[in-house]
Design a protein around this ligand. Structure first.
Ligand SMILES: Cc1cc2nc3c(=O)[nH]c(=O)nc-3n(C[C@H](O)[C@H](O)[C@H](O)COP(=O)(O)OP(=O)(O)OC[C@H]3O[C@@H](n4cnc5c(N)ncnc54)[C@H](O)[C@@H]3O)c2cc1C
Length: 401
């Protein structure tokens, strides 16, 4: 049964791709797209890269190809935050007390940066998630501040690389033993740490944060080893949490993300979720996964829209292999799959010394994931191998030159 009225909450990557899919696949009814930010949907990956380095302005970031929204015929409500959901009356409430009814709802509210407990709200302490965050940070970097980045995940390390590209002094503080350990594992994380040191980053790993001091502006970051770092700017990059606060009273099942089946259906009639906010059951890994990657937001946005149009029980489950990239200096890093810390790492091709290689993660003799440095051809082969649940004995066939 074709829904009479569809509402999408979250006007970014997953939300826009869902809207485009609904129209492309024949939905002609009213389509409301609600977004908390004042901007039309824009791309986030360049924020920590080209935008911080001052190479791209906001005009390069639009997510709608060609920029023409007219064919989508959207009831676009930008700068409006959804405040609650009522799954019984099937309405979304937005700021200002307006209630928007739906038959089909796609939740695509993404994630927001985690804050650090104990870090006071001082001037000069910031996070990076939105275009406005990036433009403010970019402007601050022009004053050539002493920067401390807290957290060496992908965002923190990309910010550090952009600082060095601008010749700005940067110290990175990471409680774990190496950067990006969750994505890369300890060995490759250590290699990435060396890349940053080679570019002049003062990288402090294995040390926790003791406090951030200042009167009105930030002045100093104290570490648990007793050392202190003078700072004009502190960028907190300690991960993101799903934007589900507006669903708190809805009765919808939420557990670190909106719980969904393998088609994106949440546990209420007509409700779906996609992208960073969603935790889908993944048939390939036999587990629920919340993935904070660009390609996943696209794939789930498309799949949730199709599932909504197909009707209950008629949609195909999605078994997309997670994929994320990170660009730092001249290094192209790619991670695929869903490895666990207990999985073992094996070199498939290349070498650590040359900084061009592909490594696979193995669990119970099957390829569960891969990390690739500077060898994009290896990525597609390994991604396919993971989708096919390939075993260790196929690794030799996956080596690029
Ligand atoms: C700086 C940065 C760099 C990145 N680089 C990479 C990269 O190199 N590679 C990669 O794979 N991924 C990268 N990512 C991750 C990627 O951008 C995200 O996975 C992707 O944006 C997720 O899309 P989404 O639509 O699910 O959520 P989001 O893009 O987070 O969009 C959610 C939208 O919903 C809005 N919203 C939230 N709550 C409400 C509400 N209550 N009502 C209305 N609207 C609401 C938000 O304001 C936001 O605009 C990066 C992310 C950031 C922040």
């Amino acid at each position: 049964v074709t829904p009479e009225r569809v509402v999408i909450v979250g006007a970014s990557l997953a939300g826009l791709r869902a809207a485009e899919t609904l129209r492309r696949e024949g939905y002609t009814g009213p389509l409301t797209l609600i977004g908390a930010e004042p901007h039309l949907p824009y791309d986030r990956p360049p924020l920590s890269k080209q935008v911080l380095r001052g190479e791209w302005g906001p005009e390069r970031l639009g997510l709608r190809r060609g920029g023409d929204y007219a064919p989508l015929d959207l009831d676009l409500r930008l700068g409006k935050r959804a405040t609650s959901l009522d799954i019984r009356s099937r309405t979304v409430s937005i700021e200002g007390g307006v209630r928007v009814p739906y038959d089909g709802l796609i939740i695509a509210t993404g994630a927001f940066p985690r804050r650090l407990r104990g870090v006071p709200d001082l001037e000069g302490v910031c996070v990076l998630r939105t275009l406005d965050d990036a433009l403010a940070l970019r402007a601050a970097l022009e004053r050539r501040p002493r920067v401390v980045v807290i957290g060496a995940g992908f965002i923190g390390t990309e910010v550090a690389a952009s600082c060095r590209a601008l010749g700005v002094d940067v110290t990175v503080v990471e409680a774990l033993d190496a950067p990006c350990v969750r994505g890369l594992g300890p060995e490759i994380g250590a290699l990435l740490g060396q890349v940053h040191r080679d570019h002049g980053v003062d990288l402090r790993c294995g040390v926790g944060l003791a406090g951030v001091d200042g009167a009105q502006r930030v002045e100093r970051v104290r570490l648990q080893d007793g050392s202190a770092l003078e700072a004009d700017l502190v960028v907190v990059g300690v991960g993101a949490a799903p934007a589900t606060e507006w669903l708190a009273t809805s009765g919808l099942a939420v557990d670190d993300g909106v719980l969904c089946d393998a088609t994106g259906a949440a546990r209420a009639p007509g409700v779906f979720a996609a992208g960073d906010v969603a935790r889908w059951y993944h048939p390939l890994f036999g587990d629920t996964l919340r993935v904070e990657h660009w390609s996943n937001a696209v794939e789930q946005g498309v799949a949730a829209a199709r599932a909504l149009l197909a009707g209950p029980g008629k949609a195909e489950p999605l078994a997309n292999v997670p994929f994320v990239w990170s660009d730092q200096y001249d290094q192209k890093i790619q991670c695929v799959g869903h490895p666990r810390p207990s999985d073992t790492l094996e070199l498939v091709s290349g070498s650590f010394e040359s900084r061009k290689f592909a490594c696979a993660w193995l669990r119970n003799d099957r390829i569960s994931g891969a990390v690739i440095f500077n060898d994009p051809r290896a990525m597609s082969k390994l991604r396919r191998a993971i989708a096919e649940r390939a075993t260790r004995d196929t690794l030799a066939t996956l080596a690029t030159a």
